[in-house]
Design a binder for this molecule. Sequence first.
Ligand code: GTP
Ligand code: MG
Length: 496
Amino acid sequence: MTSDRQLLVLVGATRNEARNVPMVMADLACARDELRELETELELIVIDDASTDDTVKLLHAEAQLRGIQMQVFDGPGRGLSQAITSGLRLALQTPANLIGTIDFDGQHDPIELPALVAAFNTIQPKPDCVFGSRFLNRSTFIGVTAQRRILSHTARIALRAATRMRLPSDPTTSFRVSSPTMVRSFLDEVPIDDLGGYEFFFWFAVYVAATGSFADVPICFRPRLAGTSKMDLRKVGAAAATLREIGGRAREWRRQRLPDGGFPAYPTEFLDSLGELEGYNSFLVDSFAAFVRGDVLEVGAGTGTVTTRLASLPTVNSVTAIEPDSQRFEQLAAAVARSSAAGIVTPILGTIAATTATFDTVLYCNSAEHIRDLIPELRQAALRCAPDAHLVVFGPAHEALYSEIDRVSGHWRRFVTTRLGRDLRAAGFEIVHSQYVDPVGAIAYFVGGRLGGVSSLSPELLAIYERLVLPITRLATPVTRRFMGKNVLVVARLAR
Ligand SMILES: Nc1nc2c(ncn2[C@@H]2O[C@H](COP(=O)(O)OP(=O)(O)OP(=O)(O)O)[C@@H](O)[C@H]2O)c(=O)[nH]1
Ligand SMILES: [Mg+2]
């Protein structure tokens, strides 16, 4: 291959598609010839998950017959998303200029590949991904049951609502061509190891929309030639359950691409007043006190409001309180010196890198949302966990509550429990406990912060919160702990 030609590596996944393979391969051979007109060579990577029919045998026979460059690998046997991501990892090891995906059930017409590639080559600004869309004016979407059509449209609408972003017109299509750079950055940045079913496809679509540019090309979607669909209700339910999470991640990915996250440079005052709320702080510490014991590392201790309370818990031997901001650290050191906990607490100016010791509890209380790259941080935290240690993360919940207060505070994100769980697993933990805390606070925060445009918490507001909201929210938290609250609490330990 001369250097002015480009290489398209096309990744497909198969499970019992023997009756479709001959025709798909015949069409791929035509596509290969057409692509040569665009100075593009085609190579295939197929990930097969233990097909019990002749899929693999036929793939090899057809590739040889038609002179198609192809490699077939055994998949991890954990569903389509994992099969595709393992194929993409292999594609990244080739000199590919373009990486595509296609179904092997005949629903995508390989003859349309040149149109996808041409769009990729010619559209300006250059897209990071071209999506083969079933929903454009010139698309056709035939041989598909009404239920499947409705499902695809519903997914599209739900994703738009969850992300509040302009997305590709068909974010669940699996017929696409992407730049290797975009594929690599997705695989590096996003914790995908436990994405199930078809989730990879819309996660990647949302990632592209949040971090890069895309183009839509109409396709003629065909009926499945033969065999059976592997889509089922359970997979649809699992995908729907990730909607809130992907919505939050989408906006975080976008924030991470703004200079300084789009946060204002001026410091914030209201955090300090929260520290004066006796009742609020007791409530907060009460919510996770059962998981705190032994030698405690508190990362992002702020001005020490939680630190001194931790030190007074009967289960705690010592507290190492780390704070990276020098002004807050001074207040922290002063608060510790003033308190009866002085002998138990060691304040340190810095980040988690400031200690190499191991602890029985590592706590992030309202600090994980300030850390831009959370998974690398959690991996650092894992290194500081004794074998049976608890990692406790308490932080703001629900992207729908993200308001000006979060922005001026420099919050990269608000959490959902599923998202923290996925990040923690990616960092080597397993989840012990997961819940939402403070539902009434969530409503107050939504009304004040999102609707009312309140951008700082005045002492009067805080006093009202403490007197009226806290007593009710203490009672209501057990009822709403599974789905709603102003905060999340997730406790993990090192995976065994
Ligand atoms: N390796 C692997 N391939 C899979 C798995 N599930 C589905 N596939 C393949 O992925 C492609 C798409 O699967 P389909 O079941 O047709 O999914 P779909 O096209 O979204 O759904 P339908 O419209 O119902 O056909 C086909 O080539 C399947 O063989 C899996 O678990 N492992
Ligand atoms: Mg299909």
